[in-house]
Design a protein around this ligand. Structure first.
Ligand code: KG4
Ligand code: ZN
Length: 316
């Protein structure tokens, strides 16, 4: 079955054609990131307008690249929550319009569940149940996943999402938007042990997250020092911040696996591209004998291939 996937939950306008949930025939992603840069974060109105202007051409490109015709599509999968409401509506309206005019079924897909499908596209041997870790600009969630329609939330952020923390710290350090790639780059030549930023674990055994404290710590650290001194230490600040955030995520992810006695961890979302996070998660999972899976680099960020893939599995 060929599935058309549509994703417009935040700042990426994306359409994909995927066969049987695994063979990605096309995955077109057009980001409005450059338009948000001057504001240091996603501006909903700009994102929505970008989707509305580009959705038709992105879908057309997805068909052209796949070599498939609309008449061959058996199902349309569209992200229907969570996300910016106006942005979601553009994708949902497009999906409904195509579905109605061509007599094709359509189904709504949860964006977080789709992120956890991204690693499954390349790793068909992943078996249920698994622990899912979503680390993105809007979410930080640990989930127990028992099936393609069976997700149980175990923990989530109580304030900032992890990607949001990267973005806010980058703003404090004048590194531009999005913050994740900029901080990772700086951190590569910094000392992660140099500054002891807090690792907020919340109550004993909790699987919830909190990243606003560390962001404030970085702000306090910067405000107490002269601009020149901060500039000299920016690599160490980035490395120490990244290390603290990664330590918390690693500890809680392993804890979730151990609590539920599950030896598979599946990671998804924009922050899952971070090499320090990948490295430390892999290390910890090796010690605890947990099999860990990440998305391929092209499927970490928001994209419609993961939406089409999960739509197929849920429909099946
Ligand atoms: O999943 P995603 O594309 O969008 C949401 O669903 O939110 O994630 C975007 C987030 C941004 O906050 C961005 O700063 C972060 O992913 N990100 C990174 C890296 N690349 C992107 N965070 C840490 N390290 C990176 N290399
Ligand atoms: Zn996302």
């Amino acid at each position: 079955m060929l599935v058309l996937g549509i994703e417009t939950s935040c700042d990426e306008t994306s359409a994909a054609v995927v066969e049987n949930g695994r063979r990605v025939l096309s995955n077109v992603v057009l980001s409005s990131l450059h338009l948000h840069k001057p504001f240091g974060g996603v501006v909903p109105e700009i994102a929505c307008r970008h989707h509305a202007e580009l959705i038709d051409s992105v879908i057309k490109q997805a068909f052209d690249k796949s070599g498939c015709a609309i008449s061959e599509i058996g199902l349309i999968g569209v992200t229907d929550n969570p996300g910016l409401i106006g942005a979601l509506m553009v994708g949902i309206s497009a999906a409904k319009g195509i579905a109605l005019s061509h007599g094709i079924k359509y189904t709504g897909v949860n964006h977080l569940h789709a992120h956890l499908y991204a690693p499954i596209i390349d790793n068909p041997k992943i078996k249920f149940p698994f622990i899912g870790l979503v680390v993105s600009g809007g979410h930080t969630n640990l989930m127990l996943v028992k099936g393609f329609k069976d997700y149980h939330n175990l923990g989530q952020t109580t304030d900032d999402a992890v990607g949001e923390a990267f973005d806010k710290v980058a703003k404090i350090l004048n590194l531009g938007y999005p913050g994740g790639p900029a901080i990772e780059k700086m951190a590569k030549t910094g000392n992660p042990q140099k500054i002891k930023f807090p690792r907020t674990m919340l109550s004993a055994g909790s699987l919830d997250f909190s990243f606003s404290g560390i962001k404030t710590s970085v702000l306090n650290y910067v405000q107490k020092r002269k601009a020149q001194s901060v500039k000299r230490k920016v690599n160490d600040i980035c490395a120490s911040f990244q290390e603290a955030v990664v330590d918390v995520i690693v500890e809680k992810s392993v804890r979730a696996c151990e609590n539920k006695k599950i030896n598979t961890l599946v990671v998804g979302g924009g922050v899952s591209i971070n090499s320090r996070l990948r490295g430390k998660l892999q290390e910890a999972c090796k010690i605890s004998r947990i099999n860990i899976y990440f998305p391929s680099r092209g499927l970490c960020m928001d994209n419609a291939a993961m939406v089409a893939g999960l739509a197929y599995q849920q429909h099946k």
